[in-house]
Design a protein around this ligand. Structure first.
Ligand SMILES: [Zn+2]
Length: 277
């Protein structure tokens, strides 16, 4: 169930939205990034790691959305990190006594009873803003923080392995999903793409939060594709993007609705701000 994508880097793909959990081998155990979605999958990863003799040395969540914050008792009690902004957002949410109902309402009903919203959900330690690498005994994992898609979103560059864990960007199936709570979601997204472009030459394998793992050629192709989409959205033009419309991968037809919703939200913003669109 774990697929090797580079030396010492394994990926588990969930059947829910092609969500990718990433395992990185270190000196005293593994790093688990965005552990997974369904309880049985998380338990399966824990069993797999145990059978291979790997303890979990650390965890990391790329951003504060429910599908990137799950954990399982079988994975142990290692520290689980995120950016300071990511941790602040999830801590604020967990301080609400009704958080389970609030988060549960975001989960598609058909899998809601399989997603473990227990006391291990979102227990993220925030790394100070200036932290360059995840503190652990293993290959250097550089934190590339930006504000696209979600506040405090981190892409991770596993430097010696040439692997970029992109979080919810650079997907072959999911269009850029903007953070509309931000002041300038379009510019935030373009800035993040520039940050990723800056490291593209060091990337042999790109692992999106949802979708297919890509090679070095895909790194530039996906950056270009995401940027073209964001430009089209900004300019109110047809994105002519293979992820939207009849060319969408089977099972991903709903992405067209995400696009339409984003167009409407941007339009509302520009009307509210009084700027022409
Ligand atoms: Zn996600």
């Amino acid at each position: 169930m774990l697929t090797r994508v580079a030396e010492g880097v394994l990926v588990h793909e969930s059947d829910f939205m092609q969500s990718n959990a990433v395992i990185v081998h270190g000196g005293a155990g593994v790093l688990v990034i965005d552990a997974g979605i369904r309880g049985d999958e998380l338990a399966g990863i824990a069993t797999d790691l145990r059978e291979r003799g790997h303890a979990v040395a650390a965890g990391f969540s790329t951003h504060p959305h429910w599908d990137h914050l799950l954990w399982h008792a079988g994975l142990g009690t290692a520290p689980r990190y995120g950016t300071a902004r990511c941790a602040a957002i999830i801590q604020a949410r967990l301080s609400d006594p009704e958080w389970k109902a609030a988060v549960g309402g975001m989960i598609p009903p058909d899998i809601a009873d399989q997603v473990p919203l227990d006391d291990l959900f979102g227990r993220i330690i925030g790394l100070p803003a200036e932290t360059e690498r995840i503190p652990w005994d293993g290959p250097g994992v550089r934190i590339i923080e930006h504000q696209a898609h979600a506040p405090g979103h981190a892409a991770l560059l596993i430097e010696e392995r040439g692997v970029l864990v992109a979080g919810d960007m650079l997907s072959d199936v999911l269009i850029p999903m903007l953070n509309f709570l931000a002041l300038d979601p379009i510019e935030d997204y373009l800035t993040a793409l520039r940050l990723l472009e800056r490291v593209a030459g060091d990337v042999d394998v790109v692992v999106p939060g949802h979708g297919s793992v890509g090679g070095a050629d895909q790194m530039h192709a996906r950056i270009d594709q995401d940027r073209a989409y964001v430009h089209a959205l900004r300019d109110g033009q047809d994105p002519s993007d293979p992820r939207v419309g009849p060319s969408a991968k089977p099972g991903w037809e709903w992405v067209s609705n995400v696009h339409t919703g984003q167009l409407q939200r941007l339009h509302q913003r520009s009307e509210r701000d009084g700027t022409p669109d």
